[in-house]
Design a protein around this ligand. Structure first.
Ligand SMILES: Cc1cc2nc3c(=O)[nH]c(=O)nc-3n(C[C@H](O)[C@H](O)[C@H](O)COP(=O)(O)OP(=O)(O)OC[C@H]3O[C@@H](n4cnc5c(N)ncnc54)[C@H](O)[C@@H]3O)c2cc1C
Length: 461
């Protein structure tokens, strides 16, 4: 780093969100310091399923280079608990080689002038005059702390946010979530003794099973023509939830034999986004801002979208010479339109799905209550459209399950209300944010009590 202890922007975390944000800012000519705990060579090694829907890249307007792609998926196959019934949701995606892709993204940033401070861990934040003035970082193997100053800061430090958790409690971006807002996941990457069957190798396969993966699912994502399998599971996080690694060993280890390439896990936020991605001179992106899809837990694509939006607004505010929530507010509006409102609707659906039993899930897939197209619609727009409810009504009347139909009506109403609250009622100005947060909390708590969803304790950080 030399003696330069000051940048236009400090980005904390060189995951997919931080790499994207730092690249966008450097390309616009700003000086960017990218602070990352890991050494440079390990950037891109975060345990993940590595599946990304192509629609995210379409929204970004660029695509990953061919040599960073391991697999192309035609869609997602959803399998019932007995594994006798399934549903295909068409929609193209890619399985990326994360390490190659992140290293490529990092190189793009470095070429634009990003200064990588790898082996540097943020340990503290200096707030002065109601703004973040500097971050205090510890370099591995060196005594003492360094103070790094900047005009703006981006927290891209992942599911256990390092920067925003140290900000004044009255700043809305310092919000502490609940454990049940997360899944805890574990996965192994194997070179399989028996390659994945040819009819399955073009799909990301999701297995619904509340015994193996309570409040989540287990997955098999084929790579390299089915020779490699990315296999894992996620469970809803609580003080009593099973360790996903134990469940992997109990239910899946013997089923998939082969040479272990990688193993690991982590937390996945599965909720609506942080109420604001910006406050004072700080932006929050990626898992730190819960930009993950609440139903399937995919967060890489939306991390890149959020990072691009927030970084662009920070760049504009820096040009204007005023970086605060007022000048950055448009980032919230843009993100909500691009993805956040859909997340809000899907957060409502996810709590309902987490409460379904294996019998319910089996019934829905066996009786073909929902079609692949309906799930695609749901996944793309986050909405249970009227046509879906109409066809469900017919399907459910035929099998005489009025209880399920009534529940789905409730879920649909709350999904619509949630989306409206985000798309139509999101505050025009930061001064109205607290009132809006109360409206959101009111809607969510009404829904939770209707479906009997317990939030449980807050996270330990
Ligand atoms: C097991 C598993 C499977 C998943 N499968 C998929 C999938 O198939 N598809 C998909 O799209 N998403 C998936 N996700 C979610 C996805 O991985 C995340 O949404 C995404 O990687 C988030 O990126 P990020 O940049 O926000 O955070 P991260 O990738 O977590 O990056 C944060 C970075 O910040 C660094 N950092 C943290 N604290 C500090 C500090 N104090 N100082 C300096 N640096 C720090 C970390 O070292 C890390 O490099 C999965 C997640 C898990 C856990």
């Amino acid at each position: 780093m030399g003696n330069n202890h000051s940048f236009d922007v400090i980005v904390v975390g060189a995951g997919i969100a931080g790499l994207t944000a730092s690249y966008v800012l450097a390309k616009k000519g700003f000086s960017v310091g990218l602070v990352e705990s890991k050494p440079r060579s390990l950037i891109g090694t975060k345990p993940c399923g590595d599946a990304i829907g192509l629609h995210h890249f379409e929204a970004l307007g660029w695509f990953p280079p061919q040599d960073t792609i391991d697999t192309k998926f035609k869609g997602v196959k959803i399998v019932s608990p007995s594994e006798e019934h399934s549903l295909i949701v068409y929609g193209e995606g890619v399985g990326i080689d994360s390490r190659k892709f992140y290293q490529w993204l990092l190189k793009q940033g470095l070429e634009e002038g990003v200064e990588l401070l790898d082996n540097h861990t943020l340990v503290s934040v200096k707030v002065k005059d109601d703004k973040v003035e500097a971050v205090l970082v510890k370099e591995k193997g060196r005594p003492g702390l360094k103070e790094i100053y900047a005009k703006a800061f981006i927290d891209a430090s992942g599911a256990t946010p390092a920067l925003r958790s140290k900000l004044p409690r009255e700043w809305p971006i310092s919000e502490r979530p609940y454990m049940s807002d997360y899944n805890i996941a574990y996965r192994e990457v194997l070179e399989l003794e028996e390659p994945i069957a040819s009819e399955d190798k073009d799909y990301a396969i999701i297995y619904l099973n509340q015994e193996i993966a309570p409040g989540g699912y287990w997955w098999l994502f084929p790579k390299r023509n089915g020779v490699i399998g990315n296999i894992g599971l996620g469970v809803i996080w609580s003080p009593t939830s099973p360790n996903p690694r134990n469940n992997y060993y109990k239910y899946l280890k013997n089923r998939f034999k082969g040479k272990l390439i990688d193993a690991g896990g982590g937390l996945v936020p599965t909720r609506r986004p942080l109420p604001t991605l910006v406050w004072r001179n700080v932006g929050v992106v990626g898992d730190a801002a819960y930009t993950v899809n609440p139903v399937h837990g995919g967060g890489k694509g939306s991390s890149m979208q959020a990072a691009t939006i927030v970084a662009t607004h920070i760049a504009n505010a820096l040009e204007e010479g005023r970086v605060n929530e007022e000048t950055l507010w448009g980032a919230n509006k843009e993100y909500i339109k691009a993805y956040g409102a859909k997340q809000a609707g899907l957060d409502i659906l996810r709590m309902y799905l987490q409460k379904l039993s294996n019998e319910d899930l089996e019934f829905i897939l066996r009786k073909k209550i929902v079609s692949g197209e309906a799930v695609y619609e749901l996944g793309t727009h986050g909405k249970l459209r009227d046509e879906i409810i109409r066809s469900l009504r017919i399907a459910l009347a035929l099998v005489s399950r009025p209880g399920l139909l009534n529940q789905l009506r409730v879920v649909k109403k709350f999904m619509d209300d949630a989306e409206k609250l985000y798309l139509e009622k999101y505050p025009e100005h930061p001064s109205e944010l607290n009132k809006w947060i109360k409206d959101v909390e009111y809607l969510w708590s009404k829904y939770r009590s209707l479906i009997g969803f317990k939030l449980g304790p807050k996270v330990p950080w």
